[in-house]
Design a protein around this ligand. Structure first.
Ligand SMILES: N[C@@H](CCC(=O)N[C@@H](CS)C(=O)NCC(=O)O)C(=O)O
Length: 212
C-alpha cells in the first residue's frame, strides 16, 4: 500500500495518475499548498523541501516526481511502463526523463514562482527566460511527434508520457500553451482521451484542460 501526499494539479498528478492506471492500492493525503500545508513541521519531516509530491513506499517517504515515476515503473515492471535495461528505447527514455526533470520542470518553477530564482525585482526577466525555455521545449517535443510517433518512445506508453502530459498541462494558461503546437497538441489530445487521466482529474477536482 502506497501513501501519496498531493495537492491538486501539481507535480503529484503524474504519480497519482500512474497509481490509478496501474490499479495499485494507495492512500491519498491532501497537502493544500494554497494554505501552506507543505511547510508544516510534520510534513517537513517527510519532505524537507516542503513540496509535493511525497510518496511513502514500504514505510519510507520519497520525493521528486520523475524519480517516483521511474521507481513505480521499476516496482511494477510487469506493467511495462519503462523500457527494460538494455532495450533500444532505454537511452531515449533516460534522456527525455532527465530533460523533463532538469530543463522543463525548473523552467516551470521559475514561471510559477518568478520571485524565487533572482528576487522579485528580476521576476519579469525570470518569467521571460522560463517562457523561452518552455517554448523551445514544446517545439522539440512537437518535432518528435512530427513523424507520426504515438507516444514519446514510439508505440509503448511509458512513465515519460505521464510526465510530459502533466508538464504540458501546466502550460495551459501560458501565452502559447503546449497545445498550440500541432503535433504535440494531437498527442495531448490522445493522452487526454485516457480514462485514467480523466479519473485523476475527477479525483483531484480539476475541471479545466481535460475537456480540450
Ligand atoms: N522537483 C520536484 C518539484 C516539486 C514542486 O515544485 N512542487 C510544487 C507544486 S507543483 C510545490 O510543492 N509547491 C509548493 C511550494 O514550493 O511551496 C518534483 O518533481 O517533485
Amino acid at each position: 500500500m502506497y501513501k501519496l501526499y498531493y495537492s491538486p494539479g501539481t507535480a503529484a498528478l503524474a504519480v497519482h495518475w500512474m497509481l490509478i492506471e496501474m490499479n495499485a492500492p494507495f492512500e491519498l493525503v491532501l497537502i493544500d499548498i494554497e494554505k501552506g500545508a507543505q511547510k508544516s513541521a510534520d510534513y517537513l519531516k517527510l519532505n524537507p523541501d516542503g513540496r509535493v509530491p511525497t510518496l511513502v513506499v514500504d514505510g519510507a517517504p520519497h520525493f521528486e516526481c520523475p524519480a517516483l515515476l521511474m521507481l513505480l515503473a521499476e516496482r511494477h515492471s510487469e506493467a511495462g511502463f519503462a523500457p527494460a535495461i538494455g532495450a533500444p528505447e532505454r537511452a531515449d527514455y533516460l534522456q527525455w526523463m532527465f530533460y523533463c526533470a532538469n530543463t522543463l520542470q525548473p523552467a516551470f518553477r521559475n514561471w510559477f514562482y518568478p520571485d524565487e530564482a533572482a528576487g522579485a525585482e528580476n521576476a519579469t526577466a525570470t518569467k521571460a527566460r522560463a517562457r523561452a525555455i518552455l517554448e523551445d521545449g514544446f517545439a522539440r517535443l512537437d518535432a518528435r511527434f512530427g513523424g507520426g510517433r504515438q507516444f514519446m518512445l514510439g508505440s509503448q506508453l511509458t512513465v515519460l508520457d505521464f510526465l510530459v502530459t502533466m508538464l504540458t498541462r501546466w502550460s495551459r494558461n501560458m501565452p502559447k500553451p503546449a497545445t498550440a503546437w500541432p503535433h504535440l497538441g494531437a498527442y495531448i489530445d490522445r493522452m487526454r482521451a485516457m480514462p485514467s487521466l480523466r479519473e485523476v482529474h475527477k479525483r483531484e477536482g480539476l475541471t479545466d484542460w481535460i475537456g480540450g
